[in-house]
Design a protein around this ligand. Structure first.
Ligand code: AHG
Ligand code: MN
Ligand code: MN
Length: 336
């Protein structure tokens, strides 16, 4: 039972038993993500200072190289999960291939793999606009104590056991699901603790916000073009409001709270869309469905797409259920 103002630590312990595989391993894993999120948050908050603190050259005061924040976030999440010996493998948007973690060691009984977009919306860093981290967790399909394999990562989204995101915004929030609804925790930066601020988050069934990069309009499939025109028509609740931050995490977060739809369709420049199935679309789709929303590629459920490669891209439509249904109607009527 989600109690407002509970700390994330308390919430994890209290809800551990309601999770179907109750070894505590998943709880430890979420705890590690919480820790890495705090470390990355600290660095993201200093983003505007990098040039000042790094003025002596390319190194900071400790003599470490100043790094781009997406590389930094990638390292912190991988380091935290590796050092705490908590998963058997990680796949990241920032790595060419998956990373195995002692998975060949027969004493290593860790059964989870993590897929991660360490810094989502990274082009927004330079302009002080919200960015995020997205994560997706699966049980490995190969036996524990044997080398982790590509098939452990190429699982359908419907097999996820947990997923979530951190949004580094006006306040920092960690929002996640283990398949039993969606809960949001806000960081109190003064004491470094996340508190349950948004229990049982849900998308309104209908919404009035559409989020899409309309600069690509000419390139969109007919079904999407018609849907955008439908959003702009004056009738009933329409025209809808257009809001596009350019950080999937932030656009999703706003749409979940207020009611809306996010779209990244395919186009000639992005023949399969831009977003990554495994690091972005699947985790957001799991959250959306757990929050009474919906996610699809315009035709089929995102979490039913069979992955064929780690960095696979797919068109993505996600948000309030009735709005996603409407896009699917337009896609089946007007198509590409
Ligand atoms: P990332 O920073 O991880 O590469 O992801 C950026 C993604 C997503 O967050 C955002 O909604 C989208 O790319 C923006 O793309 P456009 O600039 O093409 O609209
Ligand atoms: Mn991203
Ligand atoms: Mn990224």
């Amino acid at each position: 039972m989600a109690k407002k103002n509970q700390t994330l630590g308390e919430f994890i312990i209290e809800n551990q038993d309601s999770f179907k595989y109750t070894s505590g391993e998943l709880s430890r894993l979420i705890n590690s993500i919480r820790l890495a999120a705090k470390v990355v948050n600290h660095e993201v908050n200093k983003a505007g200072l990098v040039d000042i603190t790094g003025a002596a050259g390319d190194t900071n005061i400790q003599g470490e190289d100043q790094q781009k924040l997406d590389v930094y976030a990638n390292e912190k999440f991988i380091q935290t999960l590796t050092k705490r010996n908590i998963v058997c493998g990680i796949a990241s948007e920032e790595e060419d291939d998956f990373v195995a973690i002692n998975s060949q060691d027969e004493n290593n009984q860790n059964k989870y793999v993590v897929l991660i977009d360490p810094l989502d919306g990274s082009s927004n860093i330079d302009v002080n606009v919200s960015v995020g981290t997205i994560f997706s967790i699966f049980r490995r399909v190969t036996p524990a104590g044997t080398p982790v394999k590509i098939e452990d990562f190429l699982q359908k989204g419907s097999e996820q056991v947990a997923a979530g995101y951190v949004v580094y915004g006006t306040s920092t929030m960690l929002v996640y699901t283990t398949g039993d609804g969606v809960n949001g925790f806000t960081l109190n930066p003064a004491i470094g603790t996340f508190y349950l601020s948004h229990p049982n988050m849900t998308f309104p069934e209908d919404g009035s916000i559409y989020s899409v990069n309309e600069g690509n309009y000419m390139d969109f499939p007919q079904g999407i073009k018609k849907y955008i025109k439908y959003c702009q028509e004056e009738e009933g609740e329409r025209p809808y409001t257009s809001r596009y931050i350019g950080s999937l995490v932030s656009d999703f977060h706003r749409n979940m709270i207020k009611g809306g739809i996010y779209m990244y369709p395919k186009g000639s420049r992005n023949p399969n869309g831009k977003l990554r199935l495994l690091y972005e679309c699947n985790p957001m789709a799991f959250l959306a469905e757990q929050a009474n929303g919906k996610a699809s590629d315009g035709y089929i459920r995102t979490m039913d797409v069979e992955p064929t490669e780690l960095h696979q891209r797919v068109p993505f439509v996600c948000g309030s259920k009735n709005m996603v249904d409407k896009v699917e109607e337009f896609m089946s009527e007007f198509g590409e």
